[in-house]
Design a protein around this ligand. Structure first.
Ligand code: ZN
Length: 120
C-alpha cells in the first residue's frame, strides 16, 4: 500500500502545510513559503530564515549562534521537517508569536495578529 502512503502524504502536505529545511550558502532575496532556510554548512548553520507564516510577507531571520542573545536552535528531522526552539515572537510589524515544531506552525495564544479561521 505504498501508493496509499504516498497519496496520504501528498494530501497531508497540502492540508497541513509543513516547513521543510533548505540548506543554503547565502540567503536568497526572495524566500519561498513553507521553507526554513538554514544558512551555512549542513550541520553548522549559523542563521535560520523564513517568511512570516501569518502571510504578512516579512522575512524573519534568527541567529543560531549560541552566544548570541537571542538565539535559536534548529533541529532538522529525518523527514526534512524543522523544529525551532524557542518560539518566535515578532516585536515589530504583525507581532506574530508562534512555535515551529516538526515543520508545523503552532500559534501562541498571545499572538498579536488576527488569525485566519482554522489556525487556532
Ligand atoms: Zn507576520
Amino acid at each position: 500500500m505504498k501508493w496509499f502512503a504516498n497519496l496520504a502524504r501528498w494530501f497531508g502536505d497540502r492540508l497541513l502545510p509543513r516547513h521543510r529545511a533548505r540548506f543554503v550558502e547565502d540567503l536568497p532575496d526572495r524566500l519561498g513559503k513553507r521553507r526554513v532556510y538554514l544558512v551555512g554548512e549542513e550541520g553548522a548553520a549559523w542563521q535560520a530564515a523564513l517568511l512570516c507564516p501569518c502571510g504578512c510577507a516579512a522575512h524573519i531571520q534568527l541567529s543560531l549562534v549560541e552566544r548570541d542573545d537571542p538565539s535559536w536552535r534548529a533541529t532538522v528531522h529525518e523527514s526534512g521537517l524543522v523544529t525551532l526552539h524557542p518560539s518566535i515572537w515578532r516585536i515589530k510589524g504583525c507581532r506574530a508569536h508562534f512555535f515551529v515544531r516538526q515543520g508545523r506552525i503552532i500559534w501562541a495564544r498571545d499572538s498579536g495578529i488576527t488569525l485566519p479561521a482554522g489556525h487556532h
